[in-house]
Ligand binder design. Sequence first.
Ligand SMILES: *Cc1c(COP(=O)(O)O)cnc(C)c1O
Length: 424
Amino acid sequence: MTTSSTLTEKGRRDCLTGFDVEKVREDFPILKVKVHGKPLVYLDNAATAQKPQVVIDTISTYYMVENSNIHRGIHFLSLQATRAYEDARDKIKHFLNASHTREIIFVRGTTEGINLVAQSYGRPFIKEGDEIVISAMEHHSNIVPWQMLCEQVGAKLRVIPIDDDGELLIDEYGKLLNQRTKFVSVAHLSNALGTISPVKQIIEMAHRFGVPVLLDGAQATPHLKVDVQDLDCDFYAFSGHKLFGPTGVGVLYGKADLLEAMPPYHGGGDMISSVTFEKTLYNVLPYKFEAGTPNIAGGVGLGAAIDYLNGIGLEAVATYEHELLSYATEAVSQIPGVRLIGTAKQKACVLSFVVDDIHAHDVGTILDEEGVAIRTGHHCAMPVMQRFGVPATARASLAFYNTRKEIDTLVAGIRKVKEVFADV
Ligand SMILES: *Cc1c(COP(=O)(O)O)cnc(C)c1O
């Protein structure tokens, strides 16, 4: 197995940030892949991040020597698998600085985490005429579950507007809060705009009304240090695959007293303590919310991804990425005819833009021929596109293994797009 990079070799460090990106890149086998005969420049990290060798090895080792079902057997492998899975839960607890592993629920991803809260918290505690507050920059997975709940119980959705830079209008948020407000759910970091929202302030303002807050942490966890106790959020959801871990596994953090008060989301094996046809007694936290055989290898792989990230250090990651984003922002915005969408003062990792009258899909297609992978479209945030009056944007999203040289390739590619369209 490979060990995580500790970045101790002084000579190879990036002169500005002290971050050895070339060494880090060696940990990610996919970065050596060629696309259309050119080196892959992977700038679609907000859609999913690449996996270091140690995560890949951990998953295959799990299947080679540990695979078994958890929480059920008394045989050696079952106990081994259970231990590996519960170790991963403990790593996640430390990663989020939660106070207890009871508060860490394994789910399939951010989407399932938010749906769980919308249904298990929303159904019993949110009633007709109540209001749920989200923001204008949410991913569809933090809009639709709340709309579904609103239809079921007769509640209303209220939306915090954003300004032309893509920042939340905090005063408008303050005006939305009232006695009818029963829940607030917002993104910590926007996948479409890169905006880091002042979530601590948002939470504090909601708590003055006794309103719980869920943070969608799908984008924040790979880029920012998250401390759920310091934030004092009531729920926090994120996805393993955006955090350099596998797909199909994610986490919902919830404060224990809230989780205790909520009914289970799914029924089945593992979430019960006893079953008769007359009555079923539910299992304790967190198992009450974990019906059925989970993605065991995925959970163990996510634990390895967290170990890897801790080995590099989220502070070093944030510093390096901040510098890289500044470099990219300056270079891309200097190209004539390019307009950035999302220019908040507090930003991370995302560079959304439009080029003259050229459709984003054409930008993406020509960049692909150069080996550059970006995302084009609405980024699962159609209301954001409507707010900025564009059908789609091109989005380059960074991770700590991206380099300035790759940004230069992106910039050359965008210039090429403009040349191609100037000729037609
Ligand atoms: C990716 C993403 C989601 C959805 O995550 P899944 O892994 O698809 O469940 C939700 N919110 C934001 C901000 C995202 O970037």
